[in-house]
Design a protein around this ligand. Sequence first.
Ligand code: CP
Ligand code: NVA
Length: 320
Amino acid sequence: MLGVWGRAPSLGQPKAKRYMTHFLDIHTTPQPDLHKIISNARMMKDARKDMSKGTLDEDQPLAGQMVALIFEKPSTRTRVSFDVGVRQMGGQTLVLSGADMQLGHGETIADTARVLSRYVDLIMIRTFEEQTLLDMAEHASVPVINGLTNRTHPCQIMADIMTFEEHNGPIKGKKVVWSGDGNNVFASFAHAAKQFEFDLVYTGPEPLDPERALDGLYTTVRDPNEAVQGADLVVTDTWVSMHDPQSARERRHNQLRGYQVNDALMAKAKDDALFMHCLPAHRDDEATSSVMDGKHSVIFDEAENRLHVQKAIMRHCLGL
Ligand code: CP
Ligand code: NVA
């Protein structure tokens, strides 16, 4: 008699070990994989927009799978786009706040990673120190995705590359100018410059220069007007990131005011140049509303493409 549990012999049999890979950063992901993720994201987006042809989500690759989305910092885009992306592919999510977990009360990352791996099939984490992400990846037996650390934001820049190529074709050989703080989003642009073979120019005040580990991946032009000459893409980000102390706000604003992206600055870029900002923005600080809502701006396409590219990243991580 087998009872309600079905065929007894299947109980307790070990699961076959599955393919898995982490997505921790752009420079640690092989170049062919990065290109494949972008092209798969584009295919999934196109298929979803033209429902008459069906969608690549129809096979529901995440059916029966549970994804943990851990946030130790606030988020709108990352939270919603991952949650929606998992659901579109047939999976389910647990959205967890670091502060509500034992993680926020002293449990080690290693123990948390081992425990979560017994419950879920994939972990996305937004955290402060990069080491937290690396420890999670080292000790988890399921894939881990970087949803932003103090040092990098790779999912964002994958969406930005996808967005650029949708509008203006291959980014290879193009001139990308970052105006403002040399922060975590810039760092992922720097990693992408090497992997996707574009020229990256940083313009910003010396005290906020990018970290030395990124040397060689970009050039610095201190004068923003000179830097944006002939740019194919102009990018900026908030002047005060989530990990920056609020006490530094006034000093940073004073240092960065000259690097605001406004109409006069955009006019020095190419006529068909794009403007990007990962959002959330502080309108009329790092970029004027006239630029954010103007003809060069693709900021909401960037936000939408987080959804599509992260679906492709999750499939890449799970080998689906
Ligand atoms: N760009 C981005 O990551 O936005 P959120 O902080 O809203 O997730
Ligand atoms: N540099 C910003 C990006 C937010 C998506 C931050 O870290 O707060």
